[in-house]
Design a protein around this ligand. Structure first.
Ligand code: NAD
Length: 526
């Protein structure tokens, strides 16, 4: 076997690789040279410099694995690799400790005003009175996003004798409890109680500007906020006002809405500590990334399954002619369901395959694709059919599969039930020229899961449908398709809408406030 190390990789990783294969280190290889030589290699290891494009992958007749010594895989054409059956692996855990430690650095620097005191002292000012600090002991840490990094920050803050509370709607409560962290169902409950707020969420539609003007208003005026996750989670204009007006007392940022952040009005303020997106930059993190990916390449060469494969394996589905279509059904059903159960962590997923699909012996790919749909909207690293089960396991989600011959007259049907602390939600779908949802929570419907959707549960009494429709009219949101279903006359009914524009949380809340409405959810399947 032969591996190409195309970007500078820590020696420890290279040494590991050299024990099992020929290693060529060429960290200045040009795109043209890569195209010419890639055919010689079984593995390529990169950081962010080398672009592993579709053209490169097409020429790579022997390539088995592309390894990214880091997290993001923007420089790799994962779809092209998947199509060619080449594994793509990364090292998402390599920076966890490093980023958690940097977060501690920002926190300590801000509360003890170390950066400004350093500047003043070196200028010969000796301003002892100006730099009154604050202790961490006994204070409340509020973590937004208790994943890999968030939990490590908790551990470190607990060593400082802080109390920890958190908001992470996708985390099973027992995981937080085991760490001695009180988990709240609403972000606001954390924001109003915390002395130190630290953000560790991915940047998603849901988290973009999730800390903005209203959120700053409910924080304590003594609170400090830190973001070493992703620029854009905090609304920087709102942060500027909050810091300037004294709505909060301080902040620390490693990430910005626009990077490189060479100019930013936040830099005028002396109650914010700023670093240039270096939270992940330590020798140890680089060494860890190199060792992790080297081990993954070795696993691949030895026929074992690497831990962090992020693309899809080849699983034999030749017994079922509609594999591509039903993989799309699975992805859509998963994505719909995770948004439909809203912020309630899923404890168990029950998948039932009905009809033709049951003839296929190995349905693993369909299960994994459902999980991919469920998990992708809520996780930072890409979840693919390959890593979906391990990500689900780490989130404490149990998966049960069943089969049924009866398929309500459809050739194939797939039903997915999500069990949460709050109850059971289900969705069932098929492929009729396109992905079609046939049932939601047992109610028969016939909708295409795409674009913006809105689901409401309401009392089946005169005026309910009109009242909901009126709110959309008032908010100037055009309804494309409306479908209603009910169990018994006068009982509970469900309304499914497709919308031309998104039902904002504000509109959803207005619908929820109607007496006859039991629940309402906006869903984005764009
Ligand atoms: P992770 O996937 O392990 O954890 C993210 C957590 O956020 C998950 O537990 C998830 O359930 C939670 N979450 C998702 N949506 C949420 C929401 N709307 N509200 C609250 N919680 C939500 O990721 P990680 O490895 O811990 O990384 C966390 C962040 O740090 C990511 O944004 C990552 O890009 C960033 N990061 C930054 C640097 C840097 O250089 N500054 C380096 C590495 C990672």
């Amino acid at each position: 076997m032969k591996a190409l190390v195309a970007d500078s990789l820590n020696e420890k990783g290279i040494e590991k690789l050299q024990k099992v294969c020929d290693v060529v280190v060429d960290t200045s290889i040009t795109p043209e040279e890569l195209l010419e030589t890639i055919n010689e290699y079984d593995a390529i290891l990169v950081r962010s410099r080398t672009k592993v494009t579709k053209e490169v992958i097409e020429k790579a007749e022997n390539l088995k694995i592309i390894a990214r010594a880091g997290v993001g895989v923007d420089n790799i054409d994962v779809a092209a690799a998947t199509e060619k059956g080449i594994m793509v692996v990364n090292a998402p855990e390599s920076t966890t400790i490093t980023v958690a430690e940097h977060t501690m650095g920002l926190i300590l620097s801000a509360i003890r005003k170390i950066a400004v005191a350093d500047e003043s002292t070196k200028a010969g000012k000796w301003e002892k009175k100006r730099f009154m600090g604050m202790e961490l002991k006994g204070k409340t840490l509020g973590v937004i996003g208790m994943g890999r990094i968030g939990s490590q920050v908790v551990k470190r803050c607990q060593a400082f004798e802080m109390d920890a509370i958190a908001y992470d709607p996708y985390l099973p409560p027992h995981v937080a409890e085991d760490m001695g962290v009180k988990l709240y169902e609403e972000q606001d409950d954390v924001l109003k109680r915390a002395d130190i707020i630290t953000i560790h969420v991915p940047l998603t539609e849901e988290t973009r500007h999730s800390i903005s003007t209203e959120e700053f208003k409910i924080m304590k005026d003594t609170a400090l906020i830190f973001n070493a996750a992703r620029g854009g989670v905090i609304d920087e204009d709102a942060l500027y006002t909050a810091l300037k007006e004294g709505e909060i007392s301080g902040a620390g940022l490693d990430v910005y809405e626009d990077e490189p952040a060479k100019e930013n009005k936040l830099f005028e303020l002396d109650n914010i500590v700023c670093t240039p997106h270096i939270a992940a930059s330590t020798k140890e993190a680089q060494a860890a990334a190199a060792v992790i990916v080297a081990n993954e390449v070795i696993d691949c060469f030895e026929g074992n399954t690497p831990n962090n494969i992020i693309n899809m394996p080849r699983i034999d589905t030749s017994g079922f002619s509609q594999t591509t279509e039903y993989l799309e059904v699975c992805e859509k059903l998963g994505s719909f369901l995770t948004q439909y159960v809203k912020k309630n962590p899923i404890k168990e997923l029950n998948i039932t395959y009905k009809g033709e699909i049951t003839k296929l012996q190995n349905k693993e790919l369909f299960k994994r694709t459902i999980l991919q749909g469920v998990l992708n909207p809520i996780t930072e690293s890409p979840v693919s059919a390959v890593n979906a089960t391990s990500v689900a396991e780490s989130r404490g989600i149990t998966i049960k599969e069943a089969e049924a011959e009866e398929s309500d007259g459809y050739e194939t049907l797939i039903e997915v039930k999500a069990i949460t602390e709050k109850g059971v939600s289900s969705v069932e779908g098929t492929f009729l020229h396109e992905v079609t949802i046939t049932k939601i929570n047992g109610y028969k419907v016939d909708v295409k899961p795409e674009g913006y959707m809105f689901i409401a549960k309401y009392k089946d009494i005169p005026g309910s449908i009109g009242a909901i429709g009126t709110i959309f009219g008032q908010e100037k949101i055009n309804i494309g398709i409306m479908q209603v279903g009910r169990d018994i006359t006068g009982g509970e009914a469900i309304m499914v809408l497709t919308l031309d524009t998104e039902a904002t949380p504000d509109v959803t809340n207005k619908v929820k406030e109607l007496d006859q409405v039991k629940d309402a959810t906006g869903i984005n399947l764009l």
